[in-house]
Design a protein around this ligand. Structure first.
Ligand SMILES: *[C@@H]1O[C@H](CO)[C@@H](O)[C@H](O)[C@H]1NC(C)=O
Length: 265
């Protein structure tokens, strides 16, 4: 992957270390030191505007760099002057460094873009009240939006089709650290019978925004729903018991007839 720059950076570092050890010999400088080269590609607008920078660092000090915008090596400290001068006088090193904007940066961008800048994962949206809802009792409606990528997302609350700006709070964007995000947007509300609350989510992964509704129902209808579920469960139990009894009743005579069959043969 874009390894063309590695050999020459290593070559440059080796010359640096040789230069450095010859320079530091006979001086009372510390024996241990670290020399690093860090190459960065900066993409401002896809592969339209690309900058390639190699930084040469002695211990913690950057002393020289190659900057593709200049097309040259530049010394940042006195230590870097001999190196920059040396490398700028080497046409092969200059040519390779200048070519890296394409050979390294643009090349790697194309390899990495599909699963980085091009990554899109749809959010999962759920709406629920903070507490068991009761009409005319203040509550908080939560719109939980999870598992999406990238992080730019637009979440809007509506009450009966009217956008709500007051009483809206958000956790802000939460980075999960696994290339997904989550967030929660809350609406302080007091449900009135028949009201419809909608959480509208727009995200680059979606062809059209996703909306999830929550309807304010009377306690009576909540209770009615609960008793409906209970009645259904009781009915289900009776049905299952009935099926079991029915099957046993059918199996009973069959097993006795088969036993008589064996007796006969
Ligand atoms: C980004 O690049 C595109 C071409 O790929 C160009 O049309 C657009 O104007 C550029 N945008 C900026 C902000 O430079």
């Amino acid at each position: 992957m874009g390894s063309s720059w590695v050999p020459w950076v290593v070559t440059l570092l080796v010359t640096v270390i040789r230069l450095d050890s010859s320079m530091t010999q006979g001086r009372d400088s510390p024996e241990d030191f670290v020399i690093q080269a860090k190459a960065d590609c900066y993409f401002t607008n896809g592969t339209e505007k690309v900058q390639f920078v190699v930084r040469f660092i002695f211990n913690l000090e950057e002393y020289a760099r190659f900057d593709s915008n200049l097309g040259l090596f530049v010394a940042l400290t006195e230590l870097g002057q001999p190196d920059a001068e040396l490398w700028n006088n080497r046409p092969d090193i200059l040519a390779r460094s200048r070519a890296s904007v394409d050979a390294l940066c643009r090349h790697n961008y194309k390899l990495g873009a599909p699963f980085t800048v091009g990554r899109k994962v749809q959010p999962e949206v759920t709406v629920y009240p903070e507490r068991i809802p009761a009409l005319q009792h203040s509550n908080l409606l939560l719109c939980s939006v999870t598992g999406f990528y990238p992080g730019d997302i637009k979440i809007t609350w509506f009450r009966n089709g009217q956008e709500q700006r007051e009483g809206v709070m958000s956790t802000g964007l939460i980075r999960n650290g696994d290339w997904t995000f989550q967030t929660m947007v809350m609406l302080a509300m007091t449900p009135e019978l028949g009201e419809v609350y909608t959480c509208l989510v727009d995200h680059p992964s979606l062809l059209s925004p996703v909306s999830v509704e929550w309807r304010a129902q009377s306690e009576y209808s909540w209770r009615k729903m609960l008793s409906g579920i209970a009645a259904f469960l009781v009915g289900l139990v009776f049905l299952l018991v009935g099926i079991v009894i029915h099957n046993r009743a059918r199996k009973g005579p069959k097993s006795s007839s088969s036993s008589t069959a064996t007796l006969r043969s």
